[in-house]
Ligand binder design. Structure first.
Ligand SMILES: Cc1cc2nc3c(=O)[nH]c(=O)nc-3n(C[C@H](O)[C@H](O)[C@H](O)COP(=O)(O)OP(=O)(O)OC[C@H]3O[C@@H](n4cnc5c(N)ncnc54)[C@H](O)[C@@H]3O)c2cc1C
Length: 292
């Protein structure tokens, strides 16, 4: 994919993202959906609490037919991983970075599901906000000339490391037992040993590996798996409630032009709620564009 322009960029092709896409497309907008092919629904073997099916149905079957309908209506689907979204200097539109290139959009709908990867590393959660961060773009500046590490082993972790590299004194990728990723940028050290704990008193002082060795650090950035709605929201300055995105009754976040729907807004984590919120977000995005 070369650079692409769209009216509405939707992150996620689960029930929330596809429902938003269908309403926005039928509202006359150009719509692009980005998906990396995962969804909570893929784990659901038998669904019998959603309207319209006489017999239990698999989550995959619902996802597949939702996608077919969206594509039939003319929704453009990019099958790639989204790495980041930022607001442009004009404050009127957005640039998303994906593994396949950039997408420019006038409106963004976040529907990337719930953040499911919580690192189970001793000491980590107690030091959140005290040297443990989930957002390199937000916090890199505070680690100028300091020793930092990124926990993760995928493209998202490499992206976060590359944000830190120009600021920090050292950046180390801690893969916690995973193989070192390909394409590590210059200046990034990679340690593949298993982690035992994040250490520190009032602030992070380092990490301890299972072999007993210690790496002294001032900051630890968590970037496991892929960039989810919550981590993208954090980088954009979108308000959260716990790990859920805060939205109003029209699914608008606190940032004009950014909406959210589905599991990422918390509450009932079910298809019916994701579909309802997606519809609302799609319609709100259309209204927003007609006004601007
Ligand atoms: C085991 C299990 C059983 C379930 N059973 C039921 C049930 O019986 N009934 C029911 O109503 N609900 C059930 N659910 C819940 C249901 O699956 C979710 O509520 C629903 O899928 C939420 O939809 P969503 O669109 O918000 O997120 P998801 O369906 O999780 O979709 C997230 C989308 O975001 C995309 N994405 C995320 N990050 C990125 C990225 N960085 N780049 C590109 N794409 C990205 C994914 O590819 C995906 O398309 C079940 C869930 C599980 C785990």
């Amino acid at each position: 994919m070369k650079a692409c322009n769209t009216d509405i960029l939707i992150l996620g092709a689960g029930p929330a993202g596809i429902s938003a896409a269908v309403y926005a497309k039928r509202g006359g907008m150009d719509v692009t959906v980005v998906t990396n092919g995962t969804s909570a629904l893929l784990k659901a073997e038998k669904i019998e609490n959603y309207y319209g099916f006489a017999e239990p149905v698999t989550g995959k079957a619902i996802l597949d037919s939702g996608m077919k309908n969206a594509e039939r209506l003319g929704v453009h689907v990019e099958r790639t991983e989204l790495l980041s979204v930022r607001m442009n200097d004009t404050l009127t539109d957005f640039t998303a970075e994906t593994k396949n290139g950039k997408i420019e959009a006038k409106v963004v709908i976040l529907a990337a599901g719930a953040s499911r990867i919580t690192p189970k590393i001793a000491g980590l959660t107690g030091l959140e906000g005290h040297g443990v961060s989930y957002c390199a773009v937000c916090d890199a500046f505070f680690y100028r000339n300091k020793r930092t590490a990124v926990i993760g082993a995928g493209d998202y972790a490499l992206h976060e490391a590359s944000v830190l590299l120009p600021h920090a004194d050292t950046v180390t990728l801690l893969t916690d037992g995973e193989a070192a990723p390909e394409g590590a940028p210059d200046g990034l050290e990679v340690i593949t040993k298993k982690l035992a704990a994040v250490e520190g008193g009032e602030k992070v002082s380092g990490v301890r590996f299972e072999d007993g060795t210690v790496l002294k650090l001032d900051g630890v950035f968590v970037a496991l798996g892929t960039a989810g709605s919550t981590s993208i929201a954090r980088t954009m300055g979108i308000l959260l409630e716990g790990s859920s995105i805060r939205v109003d009754e029209h699914m608008a976040t606190n940032i004009p032009g950014v909406f959210a729907a589905g599991d990422c807004t918390g509450g009932l984590l079910q298809i019916a709620k994701a579909v309802h919120e997606g519809a609302e977000a799609g319609l709100s995005a259309v209204k927003y564009l007609r006004r601007s």
